[in-house]
Design a protein around this ligand. Structure first.
Ligand SMILES: [Zn+2]
Ligand SMILES: [Zn+2]
Length: 116
């Protein structure tokens, strides 16, 4: 089958973008029946920051026992701290948590060496 580039309009930003012959062939191969609805930028945007919902895991703070939620899956055997304890911890053990502390108040998993 012959394909030629087509100009489509992005559903998100309204910009026109080219649905190339190659992409049409790809769509045909994959048996996609719908035209793409978004330009590349909008597609990339949706892929990266589209869903802002972070997976939150309920857990208990290893230090004070408060229940807290963390935006990551805690690894077995590693203590998880609530925001408050994390703040204290990061103040006293900056060298181990520089990377995570930069992200502000987000609770992080403390490297096992901090456990002693
Ligand atoms: Zn767009
Ligand atoms: Zn705590």
């Amino acid at each position: 089958m012959d394909y030629s580039d087509r100009v489509l309009k992005c559903q998100d930003c309204g910009a026109e973008f080219v649905f190339t012959a190659g992409e049409q062939l790809f769509f045909h191969d994959k048996q996609f029946t719908n035209d793409p609805k978004r330009c590349k930028q909008c597609k990339a945007k949706r892929a990266s920051g589209g869903s802002k919902v972070r997976p939150e895991t309920r857990t208990r703070c290893a230090q004070c026992g408060e229940e807290t939620t963390v935006p990551f899956k805690p690894t077995q055997g590693r203590p998880v701290l609530c925001r408050l304890c994390f703040k204290q911890q990061s103040a006293s053990a900056q060298q181990t948590l520089v990377h995570d502390a930069r992200q502000g108040q987000t609770p992080v998993q403390v490297p096992s060496l901090a456990q002693d």
